[in-house]
Design a protein around this ligand. Structure first.
Ligand code: AHR
Length: 516
């Protein structure tokens, strides 16, 4: 497999040619001052019952002619296994607040056909239900994150769902699980209390939502970590209200985390979001600029959380993020199908850097979504599958899962176009669980290459290996039946000079280096 070959490819002290780069940046990495641990869950994913996200994308059923492992697409499962997906959130999204879990258990040929009112009013055959989700998570080695229905469900329904999944007692509900073929309880790690309660999750005010979530939380304090349905974008009042919430009898906050949703829409206009391919450079710039705005939002939400919780017990979970473009021409607009290009890989890497810089508060983040929906890792078409540039960004940043963040100071010129300005170079660094130092480096300028001088306090001239993701076009992508246009290649432009690591990167690129 290509990724393995790349991981093994070495670069040692190979001097770059005279690069003539227009961008010159410096960064100082303090390897002696370890920061927070980067929760692996920061590289989490989200899979909703939406369009072809699950049916066709993950699940084809055991009788399908598409090669499968007990109904799960073999190609998709193997690709996800390579990513080491730390956590997968399911079943929504908006769909979660209409979902009644009992429709998705028991013999699959007897399950009711319901209507997916959230996404296109299509028939929902409920073939991928609770058992299929938990077995899928086990298959790919991911933690589980169930969003329970607060919008149209009851606390009793939610509690019985948790009992069905995770109880080792001989209760009738747990026995139903056994009768359906699963003796041992599954591991339920996180429970999301509804979704977007300010919108599709019941159209509540922050105060109303807080009351509803506290009521449900009262009955769900039975193991999993509870994550409150949080704010969108810059709704700081929402976070403030949730941070004041207490459990029964003045117990501390019932929430292990509070979520935040933010999507990158190139134009900022939800009616005309911008195209996923064939976009002008102005939308390259605005896409990266709008992605970087998330850092400012996180800082503001953090400031509110710090006031109520200086010990940082409650996590900020960015459990929906990613690009959202106009739907692919000819697709069902409710299915949120979009192409995925090199630009998406830079958006992913930019978000990783932001989350890692805030690893002391951001404990989970879930890209929307896993397969065939929005900024997906993977796209499928019948028996065919492609890995998107976003997939490769996740693959390259895998060593950052569970690593220890290192402090980085970057001095860089900006990349500007029209009214949009972003730092041209972004650098992040961490000490991996294997003891190596990892550096992530983004050049946001689509036209200019960069020379970056990295001073590593506390590290000498050590061996450097690496991978680079770039392409000649801003909208380069991987397409069905074509050779891959965008995939990581060995990084060959680094050398030590005067105690610093001198790195040359092309325009519109992402690099991950390993120093050991
Ligand atoms: O990811 C698609 C949708 O975006 C989710 O269902 C919802 O939570 C958000 O608005």
């Amino acid at each position: 497999m290509r990724a393995t070959a790349i991981a093994a490819a070495l670069l040692v002290y190979s001097a770059p040619s005279e690069s003539g780069a227009a961008i010159r940046a410096t960064a100082t990495i303090d390897t002696r001052a370890p920061g927070a641990q980067i929760a692996p869950e920061i590289f989490g994913q989200f899979a909703e019952e939406l369009g072809r996200g699950i049916e066709d994308g993950i699940w084809v059923g055991p009788d399908s002619s598409i090669p499968n492992i007990g109904g799960y697409r073999r190609d998709v499962v193997e690709a996800l296994q390579r990513l080491h997906v730390p956590v997968v959130r399911w079943p929504g999204g908006c769909y979660a607040d209409t979902y009644h879990w009992r429709n998705g258990i028991g013999p699959r040929d007897k399950r009711p056909v319901t209507v997916n009112y959230s996404w296109g009013g299509v028939e929902q055959r409920n073939q991928f239900g609770t058992d299929e989700y938990f077995n899928f998570a086990e298959l790919i080695g991911a933690k589980t994150y169930l969003s329970v229905n607060l919008g149209s469900g009851t606390p009793a329904e939610a509690r019985e769902w948790v009992e069905y999944v995770s109880s080792s007692l001989r209760s009738s509900v747990a026995d139903e699980r056994r009768a359906n073929g699963r003796e041992k309880p599954w591991k339920l790690d996180y429970v999301g209390l509804g979704n977007e309660m300010w919108g599709c999750g019941g159209d509540q005010t922050a105060e109303e939502a807080s009351a509803i979530m506290r009521r449900f939380a009262t009955y769900l304090q039975i193991g999993p970590k509870l994550i409150a349905s949080g704010a969108s974008d810059r709704d700081y009042h929402w976070t403030d209200v949730l941070m004041q919430a207490q459990g029964p009898y003045h117990a501390p906050s019932p929430f292990y985390g509070i979520s935040l949703h933010y999507y990158t829409v190139p134009t900022g206009n939800w009616e005309h979001k911008g195209s996923a391919i064939g976009f002008p450079e102005s939308e390259w710039a605005s896409t990266l600029g709008r992605t970087r705005q998330l850092e400012d939002m996180i800082e503001h939400h953090e400031a509110i959380m710090d006031k109520a919780d200086p010990q940082k017990k409650v996590g900020l979970m960015v459990d929906e993020w990613g690009t959202w473009y106009d739907p692919a021409p000819g697709s069902n607009p409710a299915f949120l199908v979009q192409e995925n290009t090199l630009r998406d890989a830079l958006v992913a890497a930019t978000n990783f850097h932001i989350f890692m810089r805030h690893a002391d508060r951001v404990r989970m983040a879930n890209i929307a979504q896993m397969v065939n929906v929005l900024q997906s890792m993977i796209r499928t078409d019948g028996a065919r599958m492609v890995l998107t540039p976003t997939y490769y960004a996740f693959l390259m940043y895998r060593p950052f899962q569970g690593a220890t963040a290192l402090s980085v100071n970057v001095s860089t010129p900006n990349y500007s176009l029209g009214s949009e300005t972003v730092p041209a170079i972004d650098v992040t660094a961490a000490r991996g669980r294997d003891g190596a130092t990892y550096i992530g480096l983004i050049n946001a300028d689509p036209n200019e290459s960069a020379d970056v001088s990295l001073a590593l306090n506390g590290a000498g001239a050590v061996r450097v290996t690496g991978e680079l993701l770039t392409a000649s076009k801003m909208d380069a992508r991987n397409d069905f039946g074509q050779p891959e246009q965008v995939h990581p290649v060995p990084f060959t432009s680094a050398r030590w000079s005067a105690g610093k690591l001198q790195v040359s990167v092309p325009g519109k690129s992402v690099a991950v280096l390993k120093l050991q």
